[in-house]
Design a protein. Structure first.
Lengths: 342, 342, 342, 342
């Protein structure tokens, strides 16, 4: 409460707090009075959504509990989650290298890429069958045909598949192929999509929205976790800032700070942040050194002919040297590349 | 092309441009060479998505055409769109006052609000049956029951209804009641949702994403227009900035600049930007004075008991004085309050 | 303190608080303990600067006092400051129209402008003799010669002069001519400059830094007030955001929120935010309607020949119609144009 | 020029371009006409500052030359600058570890720190005698006495001294002690200060302003270089974004992008970005891995008793392990710690 809050004002807040189902505890100081509201996240949320913050005499709400519960690092007493995804370990001391082309374009393009990723030691294979595009005049992905080709790549290489889901009506089809569903930055707060992924049980990567706070990103994970799906990875992919020199500003501070907030693995996408191939290696080294649990990176057999995002995709022939250097940086942070268990 | 680009580099770009279906036109200057790509938005988009921007010798792409076509002010030769929505004019010299509670909470709350809005001369009535919430522990809206109550409010007052759609699977149900579908800021780039709204033919308000550029907002409208649905309003509702003193930063410059870009009506939501009732009147005056085509504002019969966003909702009893002052500011910008045709 | 803080941790904080000169008051709740630190802004600042925020067991500092004292609206019990500057009232119900060219370029340009401002009813006359420029290759202002011409304009029209100060070594020379010293956005946190202006006693306008928070802007004023100089105006001039469509994003929410924080008058600079003449009128109407205490705007007799910022300066011939429309918008917000007392 | 620009409009622009001293070259395409302006940065700046950008028929200015000349990587044909500062190499393959307390507080605190930095192998020693503080109620530095103590630390350890300059009137006194003058983020565009440092000839570190673009940062260096002072280091120290989870957002993409723009060495300040000791090690590893030419970090013998920024300063006893791990990360990027030549 503000200094000088009246007894009536204090009582009114107490009543509201108890109406929300919390237990109110008053503590009177010399200058100000503190009203504790003892309950869980649902009670707290009800109070935050209520008129309490703007009631007369109220100074501010000071949440003691984080608004997320299942994603919180407290729930695991500081232990970090380690998942098994298609036989690969993710999290902890394991560093996941998820690589592949931006978009599934053709059988040839996809299988050549998958073989090369397998050979170079990537942890998982990525490729988009459904593409969210700013312009309705852009290529929107191969859809079902793309999913079929991803299945073929998986059968052939054994690499787990990461692919994007955009429409709740495609959940079933995507889950048949995907080992990990990717939620794009623009869908990070598409709550109906998140809930359906939660119900599907398929592991998910949630990309941070273009201007999402870390807390909002963790809350998006909470939507999935709440449905009983525990395998969620969070992905930093660049945020919007005033700086015109690059497409997005890669926020690597997010990695250590998210690790403090949540037990979930944190990965980094250097390709979309940069939008330029030549920045990808140095940003990847930085991501590995800062302590990320993995990288999701775009690689293409012929970026100059790519249907989308060609300029940011690494060349297949540069990938083996790239992965080796990233491994060295990950080692400085105490991590080892995750590959299939033998 | 960069200064010093070779003939081979120039020819390679020309080939790419023609492969995209555009006609290439070379213009050689003393210092640099310019390659014109003559085509429409779809050709341009194909070139922008291709390797051209990163080909050797290429300096930068300078789009002559805007990436949007149907939303562009050029298509109307500078004339502004004026729509009829449920008997109310929107756009041009008409100022739309869209008001009502954040969320449909109960029959009483809704009908009392609707009657008051009607009496005070509001143009349309707003209320949410489906609510996108940052927390999965927050109230998520009354859903179908909310839609039913909105229908009752409409039958009773004759006011056109504005309500939010979040899930493509609800399009049909929402369109039965809504005169205008609202697309929330977090769904601004939910492209499958936009396309379905386009196909539905129901007029729509698109709220600007939390960090969407004006061009991205207009591109979102283009997704709807492309399906043949012409009645789209754009809504500025505050953007994310570094400033911690308010929830969002209301960007009123967006109003005149969007008017230059597009023929579509532009409205302003002062409630969500401020998050505080006491800032709403002055921001509303500013929005009207800057030339907005309308305001969408939250009003509640008992904000202290509101289930969500209570602190930002105007009190019903303050609304008549509010609307009158906003009318005066709109008049300075040459606009009149839009009401039902007699 | 965090839940579970030990008695030793609590005592350590109490000791630190008392070492800073504040009186500590402990209030133990069921879940957490609150330590009040009773002192003034200097004590609070000492605690904030100390190790207290990172001591074991400490959750966070919750300042009860604002970090500014003399600028705070509390010091005036909610009354707004009204100053007399060269016979013109500033603040309260008075609306100041401060107009003139960006830069002093020549005797002719300046005197023609000053005469026109006087005729149209402007409150004060502005013009820069010293110009902060991003590029060392840009024109840096006429300097001393510019000050001499400003004096001539003042002698001729009686309009108070507003001009920028950039270098502490020029304080004396500028104060001889200036009725109001302008502190540019890039110098908002040039603390030695602020302190010298404080000591000079000349009224000042402080422009908000490109990414300054409102609190930092008020703290900049506090540097001047602390030296005994009470006449400080704050100026919103556009902030940096991610939006590429305009030079800066004019933040009109700053006006009502600053009025809540401080008793000082708040003005708006629409010219620098827009960087384009055609946006200036609508932004000026919005600034007046939102409740600003004035506008500082650039007007030039021949903007096409201006040495700097030509594109954003209004044309002299458009100014009379402009000022009249702004007066109408200010009237909606309850203010009247400030002119010389008769 | 815009499509459809008239011959008169084209001629008017040509006239303006030539009035600015550039040679105009017209190139007419099928759709649009390009006017080349051939001159140097000063000519270009004159055109950019003129009415050209807003003349009828003009679409936009497309600078071919960068606005900076001496700082540009072109001037060195891609070779990177390597400086000798007090016997230490900076730039190229050399990694500079600049460490020391935020502020000079006492003889003991300073000399203990200096000895420890020397012993651990730091490249230079930092400490502030003049401190820019947001609040006028904060400690403002020991001033002259602080400089004297820095001289003592230098005499004792042989480490080059880095210290901040805030006021043009202190240039001479600071230059007597400093091997490198630090320009704080808030003074990055204090042009009179930059010019004086240029004239002093003392090497300088310029910290990036809180919301400065990379181009503005390089332009700040240009102010110093223009006066004939060639030894300028640029420092990324975190920018302002919407994210509330940390004090500033460290922008490590700035490192590779600045290296592309300029030949000057680029260093990183992890302490001010984080504002928290525990984030400093991981951010330092990332900075080294991304290719920075050095780090400037705060270390204190007793951070809990520090007068300012205690929470972000590393503990002296943790420094040897820290520097060793940073060396390993720098090695991944191909750099070696710079120490005194033997």
């Amino acid at each position: 409460m503000k200094p000088g809050a009246s007894d009536e004002q204090i009582q009114a807040v107490v009543d509201k707090v108890e109406a929300a189902g919390s237990k109110a505890h008053i503590s009177r100081g010399e200058v100000l009075t503190l009203i504790g509201a003892i309950g869980d996240q649902e009670h707290d949320q009800r109070i935050a959504d209520s008129a309490v913050p703007s009631m007369p005499g109220v100074d501010k709400l000071m949440p003691i509990l984080k608004p997320y519960k299942l994603a919180s690092s407290q729930i695991k007493a500081g232990e970090r989650s380690v998942f098994d995804i298609g036989g690969r370990k993710v999290g902890g001391d394991h560093f996941a290298m998820i690589a592949g082309p931006c978009t599934v374009e053709s059988r040839d393009q996809l299988l050549v890429s998958a073989d090369a990723m397998k050979a170079a030691g990537a942890t998982m294979f990525r490729g988009g069958a459904y593409k969210p595009r700013t312009s309705p005049y852009s290529f929107q992905g191969l859809g079902q045909e793309g999913l079929r080709l991803l299945q073929e790549a998986k059968d052939r290489t054994g690499l787990p598949i990461v692919t994007e889901l955009m429409d709740v009506r495609d959940v079933e089809a995507v889950c048949e192929v995907a080992d990990v569903i990717q939620v794009g930055a623009r869908n990070m707060q598409n709550y109906t999509l998140l809930s359906e992924i939660g119900r599907s049980g398929t592991p998910a990567i949630i990309k941070r929205g273009l201007s999402a706070t870390l807390e909002e990103l963790v809350m998006a994970a909470e939507y999935i976790l709440k449905e009983g799906n525990e395998k969620v990875l969070l992905c930093e992919r660049g945020i919007r800032t005033y700086e015109p020199a690059y497409r997005f500003t890669l926020d690597l501070m997010a990695v250590p700070v998210l690790k403090e907030m949540t037990h979930l693995p944190i990965i980094v996408d250097p390709s979309h942040a940069a939008g330029r191939r030549d920045l990808v290696p140095s940003l990847s080294l930085a991501a590995a050194a800062v302590g990320a649990d993995g990288i999701i990176v775009e690689v293409h057999p012929d970026p100059d002919e790519a249907i989308c995002d060609g300029p940011q995709q690494l060349r297949l022939e540069d990938f083996p040297a790239y992965i080796e250097q990233v491994e060295r940086a990950a080692a400085v942070a105490g991590k080892q590349l995750s590959t299939a268990a033998v």
